[in-house]
Design a protein around this ligand. Structure first.
Ligand code: GLN
Length: 543
């Protein structure tokens, strides 16, 4: 069952704040901030039926959202939210929703829209500071982003804080732990926003702050053992990247050599990458690894394809074919090995939480909510064709949590901090047709660029960097001879979410040094350019 393992694990072992998403661009930040406080938090769409939850949250946060609660077709929370008897915090739309649920007349369109900073004043009634504002100064800057407002206080509530434009900037129930905030505590523009969320999660909901990767590791191992049993076997494709390496090491810790990692050499990996993966996974981490050298089959098949989409499709499809062939061989070998004995029942995939959030977030009443599956093709084929069940042990984790888990598992820092690398490899870093000659050139140029970045101590400041080959030929003079050579395009970007990105600002002498080494050491290149395009309008990869 997709994801069952990852989901069961976090809920059953950690106090959880459930965030119900009404479609705000900030919703995922609520989850992030709580995790930073070492409180486990998980997001589900606002349409979630609470009776179908597989766990009891310690508290519920209703997020903001672009709709107006009083409009027809706007999303509404399951009324059972009040029957769970756990603390509730509504943020912006979430607060309006709480008020509207109690009485539809409570919410109206405001005359002043409010986007940006506002000064908040906490009301300490009779010297009594509300628990939500405990330890927080009375006056602070907060971030507002709304047009609607509460027309009056819902019955049973009192005002906790006001701002010039919002009489009900924060409200609380007289006797129950139910709160509403008109502003957004989850964005960094709000002063003490994290302290407010902490007061809610830790002070009011009494969540333990034990969401650490050390604790997650112990729980994950126990859970994997429980799911896989003491005979079952698990298969996975690894790439040498952070996610698949961390997931593989976790499986190895849990079930030893009943975990089978397969690396398919598709002929478009980076310089010495197979050897490196062999050293990292097999030698250093002790993972049971099979490397399949299919480079010739890929390079032959790539001949004559210059359309980027076709390249990606070909590589993806061929990859699945080869992986399946190997799975059958492993299955047969395992069946004859009395020390392994059990059947291969599971296929592991390193899906991360942002992919899960992406598929769960509430996109509006008319938008269909995507299924949780990563649509990579491989999981579906393994599940249908081979009858394997999917295990996704990282599906509750953000990227930085995966890195922290990698450290907890003793994976070397350089690998833990590695930049992402596309599945179709350097095939999408060669514009047009992929040939062995161009692959060689891209590999060498990339190796020089990345080594120089590391030497200059810039690697961790950059989110993704690579060298690509532009196959149009430029004229050059080398050794007094006129030559035509390929153009190398250097790309290095910084980004936090990979949705938008900026070109990295290298020192000039750094770029000159890299240019010099590439034209001198990579045969067939006589020109080097640095791509300064941001995303958008560009993309991070060239194809
Ligand atoms: N649409 C609502 C308003 O304008 C809520 C906005 C929000 O949640 N940020 O007030």
């Amino acid at each position: 069952m997709a994801g069952e393992l990852g989901e069961a694990m976090a809920h059953s072992a950690f106090d959880t704040i459930l965030v119900l998403d009404f479609g705000s661009q900030y919703t995922h930040l609520i989850t992030r901030r709580l995790r930073e406080l070492n409180v486990f938090s998980e997001m589900l769409p606002c349409t979630q039926k609470l009776s179908e939850l597989k766990f009891v949250p310690k508290g519920i946060i209703l997020s903001g959202g672009p709709y107006s609660v009083y409009e027809e077709g706007s999303p509404h929370v399951d009324p059972a939210v009040f029957d769970l008897n756990v603390p509730i915090l509504g943020i912006c739309y979430g607060m309006q929703e709480l008020a509207y649920r109690l009485n539809p007349d409570n919410v109206v369109a405001g005359t002043h829209r409010e986007y940006g900073h506002a000064m908040l004043k906490a009301q300490s009634a009779g010297g009594h500071v509300d628990r939500l504002f405990e330890g927080i100064e009375d006056s602070m800057r907060v971030w507002m982003s709304h047009g609607d407002k509460l027309a009056k206080l819902p019955d049973g509530f009192h005002t906790v804080a006001t701002s010039d434009n919002s009489e009900y900037a924060a409200i609380g129930h007289e006797s129950k732990p139910i709160y509403g905030l008109q502003f957004h505590p989850e964005v960094t523009h709000t002063q003490n926003g994290t302290a407010l969320l902490k007061n809610f999660a830790v002070g009011i909901c009494a969540c333990k702050q034990d969401w650490t990767m050390q604790k997650f590791l112990e729980e994950a191992i126990a859970q994997i053992r429980h799911t896989v049993g003491d005979k079952g076997q698990v298969l996975a494709a690894v790439s040498g990247g952070v996610d698949s390496t961390v997931a593989a090491k976790l499986m190895k810790e849990a079930i030893g050599s009943r975990f089978w990692a397969v690396l398919v050499n598709n002929g478009v990996m980076r310089l010495n990458e197979c050897e490196q993966v062999q050293r990292d996974l097999s030698e250093a981490l002790g993972i049971n690894l099979t490397i399949v050298d299919a480079s010739q089959r890929f390079l032959d098949g790539l001949k004559g394809i210059d359309d980027p989409e076709k390249k990606r499709k070909f590589i993806g499809g061929k990859f699945i074919d080869i992986f399946e062939e190997e799975a059958i061989k492993i299955e047969e070998a395992a069946a004859h090995d009395p020390t392994k004995a059990g059947k291969i029942e599971f296929f592991m995939q390193g899906t991360l939480y942002p992919d899960v959030i992406e598929s769960l977030s509430f996109k509006g009443p008319s938008a269909t909510i995507k299924t949780h599956h990563n649509v990579g093709g491989l999981p579906a084929r393994m599940a249908n064709g081979q009858g394997l069940k999917l295990i996704e042990p990282l599906r509750s984790l953000y990227k930085d949590e995966v890195r922290a888990l990698g450290r907890a598992l003793g994976i070397r820092e350089e690998l833990v901090m590695r930049h992402p690398f596309p599945g179709p490899g350097i095939a999408v870093r060669i514009l047009g047709e992929v040939t062995p000659e161009k692959v060689e050139i891209a590999r060498k140029a990339d190796h020089i660029f990345i080594s120089e970045i590391r030497k200059a101590g810039l690697y961790d400041q950059i989110s993704q960097a690579y060298a690509a080959v532009d196959p149009s030929r430029a004229v050059g003079v080398m050794g007094d001879k006129r030559v035509y050579g390929y153009i190398i395009v250097l790309r290095a970007v910084t980004t936090t979410d990979y949705m938008t990105a900026e070109a990295f600002n290298f020192p000039w002498d750094f770029l000159q040094r890299v240019m010099n080494r590439i034209v001198n050491e990579v045969h067939g290149v006589c020109r080097v350019v640095y791509d300064v395009t941001s995303k958008p309008p560009g993309t991070i990869e060239l194809e």
